[in-house]
Design a protein around this ligand. Sequence first.
Ligand code: ZN
Ligand code: MN
Length: 477
Amino acid sequence: MSSYESVIGLEIHVQLNTNSKIFCACKADSWGDPPNTNICPVCTGQPGVLPVPNQAVIDKGVLLAAVMHADIQQVSYFDRKNYFYPDLPKGYQISQYDLAIGSGGYMDLPLEDGSTRHVKIEKLHIEEDAGKTIHKPNRRLLDFNRCGVPLVEMVTGPDLRSADEAADFIRRFRQLLRWIGVSEASMEKGQMRFDANVSIREEGSEILNPKTEIKNVNSIEHGRDAMKAEIKRQIKEVEAGNKIESWTLDWNEDTQTLSKMRSKETEADYRYFKEPDLLAVKLTPDHIKELVKNLPELPLERESRFIKEYKLPNREAKVLTSEKELADYFEGILEHFSGKPKQAANWLINDLLGMMNELHLSPTELFLTPKRLAEILKLVEDGIINSSTGKDLIRKTQQQGEEPRDIVEQEGLGQVTDSAAIKSICQEVIQENPDQVEQYKSGKGGVIGWLVGQVMAKSGGKADPKAVRETLEGLLK
Ligand code: ZN
Ligand code: MN
């Protein structure tokens, strides 16, 4: 049996997060709205109406093209892509064909083994979405809310080499979309959708074999499973001496199987021509410069800077840069507590992230601002509270909406460092537990931990555990 490698290219559609649709003033995001409530004569294709391009859509397209290292075209055009489908009331989709806003480009995907996969971008253009067909028994319902919603379509080269790589690419791309603020890219809300073109070839070969296209996956994980299943199927077919046919496949997530949908349309079927109702999209170099100037440091750059500058382990750097707001929060702590970035990272990842998920809050929605978390870290650093009190204080500050220092004062959470106070509690514990003291004295050193626990409990968790241990050891000598 020969050894095969998979060849995967992705076609991704992203909904841009503009207020209004691409060619009319209707609200763009209809998530949760009743069907056919955000529509007008333009987006439902009534005779005699004219589309008016939304500058915000073009600007967000430029930003995305810039971060994908595409050449931004100063002049691009809209084209009509003609096809007949019930949820496409105009009978055509306004898209961009040969002269699109972005040309070329790539994304370097970091791989597990430390190398990178250079993924070329073959197409990057803006277009409008079609409506939605809802299939019910014996009837079809049409919702036009999505007609005219702005999209970017991006097609990668056949450069990905496994289902896991392709899934990683989509994750990194989604991270980038959110990071630069052009889309929330929620697959659950249909704001990001992807199809995967999958083929196989013998390891080391340069040939591109016939591919199949997997459609209708609604999560990155399902997409990865579908690609894995399809790669396996193709290998089996080829091993059995059969040819791979260019099918379009539909992933059924319940049965974890792929089924044939229809044979693929070719580009000629769409009879593209320039949209006669729209002028060329013209961008001045100054306008492009102005847009690109405001782009933030990108996630991969920031991740490697966190590793270098703050000496964070790779895993922590990756978690902290998963969302821009989180990375900003982390560096916000360091503005007030600069000495120990590793410690700040640990508290953020181990104690704050869980609470944020639980409360469904994003970093910017917290009462516990970076400055307040830095304050808690300082209280621990200065020995005013111990670290377990500090962790409780994270939750208390958020819940009570009060300053950490005030809570420590009001609730008397300050660490008992007074050695006389600690000594007197230790003496009490020794008196109350003669059996354990006897065991300790007869050589069972481990009992000391239990005794420390008793003292900690009596102090309401506020004693410094290290001082307690030392005091007990001194008294029991
Ligand atoms: Zn409209
Ligand atoms: Mn498209």
